[in-house]
Design a protein around this ligand. Structure first.
Ligand SMILES: Cc1cc2nc3c(=O)[nH]c(=O)nc-3n(C[C@H](O)[C@H](O)[C@H](O)COP(=O)(O)O)c2cc1C
Length: 161
């Protein structure tokens, strides 16, 4: 198993996947492990939808999620106020990153999309009112892009007395 720092640094947004299938039970196990994400008041504000071929065709993603063998939606629960929305989304993002890193440790990558913000996509997926949704492709990469350079944190770090 790879070292956590190496996983964090080597993980990439995967645009194109190989045809090699990913076992659904593995993805469930990785998601289960990912639920150990920090979350406010143990609300665990996430839900997951595995998207089957019929629904996937309706989503009509321009790149078909890079031909990912598995497409899923991660939902962040409807909040009661703006602060709770932030807390739900932050917790769900922690789950997503946990999942991405665990998957990556098994050689499996994730393609993020922004289509979850679209109302037509939400309707196709049956996303309940007020939930946020992130749709991702999951699979073994066809190619792994080079890392995009990051701004050194020293340039974004300040100290208070
Ligand atoms: C909230 C969020 C939304 C994203 N949406 C998209 C997207 O719609 N299309 C896309 O190609 N990449 C998307 N990405 C992936 C970023 O483009 C990618 O993470 C960034 O370029 C850094 O590359 P890396 O992840 O390989 O280090 C998204 C990432 C996040 C965190």
């Amino acid at each position: 198993m790879a070292d956590i720092e190496e996983l964090v640094v080597s993980r990439r947004h995967i645009k194109e996947f190989s045809a090699r299938p990913v076992a659904e039970e593995d993805v469930v196990a990785w998601l289960d492990a990912a639920t150990h994400a920090p979350n406010h008041r143990m609300t665990q504000p996430w839900e997951v939808i595995f998207i089957g071929p019929e629904t996937r065709a309706k989503l009509n993603h321009p790149a078909d999620f890079g031909h990912a063998p598995l497409v899923m939606a991660i939902l962040s629960k409807a909040p009661e106020n703006a602060i709770e929305r932030d807390e739900n989304l932050i917790s769900t993002a922690c789950l997503m990153q946990n999942f991405s890193l665990i998957a990556w440790s098994h050689g499996v990558g994730v393609r993020w999309t922004s289509i979850g913000w679209r109302q037509d996509i939400r309707e196709i997926l049956g996303v309940p009112e007020g939930y946020d949704v992130l749709v991702v492709g999951v699979g073994y990469p066809e190619t792994v892009p080079a890392a995009k350079p990051r701004t050194p944190i020293a340039e974004k770090l300040r100290r208070l007395p």
